[in-house]
Write a protein that binds this ligand. Structure first.
Ligand SMILES: NC(=O)C1=CN([C@@H]2O[C@H](COP(=O)(O)OP(=O)(O)OC[C@H]3O[C@@H](n4cnc5c(N)ncnc54)[C@H](OP(=O)(O)O)[C@@H]3O)[C@@H](O)[C@H]2O)[C@@H](O)CC1
Ligand SMILES: Nc1ncnc2c1ncn2[C@@H]1O[C@H](COP(=O)(O)OP(=O)(O)O)[C@@H](O)[C@H]1O
Ligand SMILES: [K+]
Length: 505
C-alpha cells in the first residue's frame, strides 16, 4: 500500500479524471459510501450522529455520508459550517443530491447553537477539512474543533482529522482528536509522524475506485503482512549451517555485556547458521552464559572496551553487525573504521557504532557492499547534527536525503520505522507497541536484521521483514502472556518462535 503526500493524492485524483475518464462526482460518491460502510460497522441506528461539513471536497464526502446513512435509517443531522456560496463543484453536486433526496440541512449561524447539538451527539463525523487544509484553522473551524475535542461523542474523521496536515514539516496546528479515521484511497504521510499520528486514533483505508495502473507510484509505501509472508526466508530441507549465514557481531563491553548477547541470541533465533562474537575477553564469560551456541574471536581491550584492530578475516563471514554495547571509548573507534574500510560484506551499524561512525561518515561512500545504519531518533539527529524535534518534523525527507547522499540503507527506528534504501525508496513498518520502549529492544532488532540480511536476496526486504518480526512478536506477546509494561527484550527473543511459526509459512 502506497503512502501519499497531499500533492501525490491530488495528482492521483487528476490522473483518474483526466487520463482514465473517471468522474470526480463518482469518486466522491464512492468515497462517501465507503466511509458510510465503515461507520455502519461501528454505530447503532439509534445513536445520534452529527455530520460536520466544510467547504471543500471533504465536505462533499460529508454530504454523501449523511445521505447514505439517512437512506439506511440512521439518526443523522448534517451541519453545513460555511456560507452557501463557498460550496462548489462536485461538493455542490452532492449537496444538491442530498437536498434532492428530501433531507434537511442545518446551517451554522451561531456557534453556540451547534455546540448545544454537539452536546447531545453520540457520534460526530468530521467532514470539515481534508488534505486541502492550509495554515492554522480559521473561524469557525478553530472553535468547532476545540469544542468537538472536549465532547464525549465518538469522533470519526473522514480522510484526515480536520486541521492535521497531510505532509511532514508542519508542527504547529490545531487538530481534531479522532477516535477513528476512515482514510480515503491511501494513508497520508502524517499517519506515521509522531506529532500527527495520535490525532488519527484507529485508522483504516477505504478503496474508492481509482485506477491503479494509471497512477504514479509514490516512493513511500507501507510494509504489510502479506508481503512478509511472501518474502520471509524459507528453510531448505537440504541446508546446513553455512547455508543460513555466518554472522560476526562486534560489540559488548565489560559493563555492557548484555547488548551483544541479546543481538547474538536474536540472530540465532532468527535463523542465522552461525554467530561469532567479537567482544572484550572480560565480557565474554557473561555473553557466552546467555548464548552458548555462539563462538568468539579474540579481541583486544582497554578498560573493558574493545580497542585497536581486530585480527579477523572478515571474508569468513556473510555479514557483520557492529556497535551494540560497544561503549564510546576513543580506543574502540579504530575497529569501526577497520570494518568500514576492510569488510567486503554487508555491515549493519547500531548504537555506539553510530557514535563512532559520526566522526568519519565520508567512509560510507567508498564501500562496495551494503551498509545498514539502524539509528533511533536521538542517534539519527546526532548523525545529522540537528535536534530530535527537527528530525521528527521531517523524518521522511531527512532520512531520504541522508540515505541517498551516503549510499546506505537507513532503518530510522520509532513507533513507525522508516526504512530507506540508497535509491531513496522508503518503506514504513508500523507494527509493535510501547512494550518495545525498553532498553535492549534495539539490540534484539540488530540481531534479527543481521540474520535476515544473510538469508535474503533483497536487503530492503530483509530489513522490512526484520522490523515486522520484531514488532509482531511484541504484539503477539503483549496480547497473551505479557503486558506492555513487563515485556523484556529477552522475552522478545524467545517469542520470535511464535512469530516464525505464524508468518514464515
Ligand atoms: N481522489 C481524491 O483526492 C478524492 C478526495 N476526496 C476528498 O477531498 C478532500 C480534499 O478536498 P479539497 O481539495 O477540496 O480540500 P478540503 O480538505 O476539503 O479543504 C478545502 C477547503 O478548506 C478550506 N481551508 C483550507 N485551509 C483552511 C484553514 N486553515 N482554515 C479554514 N478553512 C481552510 C478552504 O477554504 P478557503 O481557503 O478557500 O476559504 C477550502 O474550501 C480529501 O481530503 C477527501 O476527503 C474525495 O471526495 C474523493 C476523491
Ligand atoms: N512505542 C513504540 N512502538 C513501537 N515500537 C517501538 C516503540 N518504542 C520503541 N520501539 C521499537 O523498539 C526498538 C528500540 O530501539 P532502541 O531505541 O535502539 O533500543 P535500545 O538501544 O534500548 O535497545 C526499535 O526497533 C523501535 O522501533
Ligand atoms: K476531515
Amino acid at each position: 500500500m502506497y503512502i501519499v503526500t497531499a500533492k501525490e493524492m491530488y495528482d492521483w485524483d487528476r490522473k483518474s479524471i483526466e487520463e482514465a475518464g473517471m468522474d470526480g462526482k463518482l469518486l466522491m460518491e464512492n468515497a462517501g459510501r465507503a466511509v458510510a460502510g465503515q461507520v455502519e460497522k461501528q454505530v447503532r441506528s439509534d445513536q445520534y450522529i452529527i455530520v460536520l461539513i466544510g467547504a471543500g471536497n471533504n465536505g462533499g464526502d460529508g454530504f454523501v455520508i449523511a445521505r447514505t446513512l439517512l437512506n439506511k435509517g440512521y439518526a443523522v443531522k448534517a451541519w453545513q459550517l460555511v456560507p452557501d456560496e463557498k460550496i462548489k463543484g462536485d461538493a455542490l453536486a452532492h449537496k444538491q443530491l442530498y437536498l434532492g433526496a428530501g433531507y434537511e440541512l442545518d446551517h451554522l449561524t451561531e456557534v453556540n447553537q451547534l455546540f448545544r447539538e454537539l452536546d447531545q451527539a453520540d457520534v460526530v463525523i468530521d467532514a470539515m477539512l481534508g488534505i486541502g487544509v492550509e495554515g492554522k484553522l480559521k473561524s469557525p473551524f478553530d472553535q468547532v474543533v476545540a469544542y468537538v475535542n472536549q465532547t464525549q461523542a465518538y469522533k470519526i474523521a473522514v480522510d484526515i482529522p480536520t486541521g492535521v496536515p497531510a505532509d511532514e514539516g508542519v508542527t504547529e496546528f490545531d487538530g481534531l482528536q479522532a477516535d477513528y479515521t476512515c482514510i480515503i484511497a491511501a494513508p497520508k504521510m502524517s499517519v506515521f509522524l509522531q506529532h500527527t499520528a495520535p490525532f488519527y486514533g484507529e485508522w483504516e483505508v477505504v478503496e474508492i475506485g481509482l485506477p491503479p495502473l494509471k497512477l504514479n507510484k509514490p516512493s513511500q509505501s507501507l510494509w504489510e503482512r502479506y508481503k512478509a509472508i511472501a518474502s520471509l526466508p524459507k528453510r531448505n530441507p537440504f541446508s546446513h549451517k553455512g547455508t543460513h549465514g555466518k554472522g560476526l557481531l562486534i560489540g559488548g563491553s565489560y559493563l555492557m555485556p548484555g547488548s551483544i548477547a541479546l543481538s547474538a541470541r536474536a540472530a540465532l533465533r532468527s535463523g542465522a547458521g552461525l554467530a561469532t562474537v567479537a567482544s572484550p575477553g572480560s565480557a565474554w564469560p557473561s555473553v557466552s552464559s546467555h548464548i552458548p551456541e555462539a563462538t568468539a574471536v579474540d579481541a583486544k581491550e582497554v578498560n573493558g572496551m574493545l580497542a585497536g584492530r581486530l585480527d579477523v578475516d572478515f571474508s569468513n563471514f556473510d555479514a557483520i553487525a557492529l556497535g551494540m554495547g560497544m561503549g564510546r571509548s576513543n580506543a574502540s573507534q579504530e575497529i569501526v573504521r577497520q570494518v568500514m574500510e576492510e569488510a567486503d560484506v554487508p555491515v549493519l551499524i547500531d548504537a555506539d557504532g553510530l557514535h563512532h561512525l559520526k566522526e568519519f561518515l565520508e567512509v560510507l561512500k567508498n564501500r562496495n557492499r551494503p551498509t545498514i545504519l539502524t539509528p533511533h531518533p536521538g542517534e539519527m539527529a546526532g548523525l545529522l547534527g540537528i535536534t530530535v524535534p527537527e528530525l521528527l518534523a521531517r523524518p521522511f525527507e531527512r532520512g531520504r536525503r541522508f540515505a541517498c547522499s551516503h549510499g546506505v540503507y537507513l532503518v530510522l527506528k520509532g513507533p513507525a520505522t522508516i526504512i530507506t534504501a540508497p535509491d531513496g525508496t522508503q518503506v514504513v513498518e508500523s507494527s509493535g507497541n510501547a512494550g518495545l520502549a525498553k532498553g535492549g529492544s534495539g539490540d534484539v532488532l540488530s540481531g534479527i536484521l543481521l540474520a535476515l540480511v544473510m538469508q535474503s536476496e533483497s536487503i530492503s526486504e530483509a530489513l522490512c521483514n526484520g522490523c515486522f518480526l520484531h514488532g509482531k512478536t511484541a504484539e503477539l506477546l503483549t496480547g497473551e502472556r505479557y503486558s506492555q509494561s513487563d515485556l523484556l527484550a529477552t522475552d522478545l527473543i524467545e517469542g520470535l518462535s511464535q512469530s516464525f511459526r505464524t508468518f514464515s509459512i
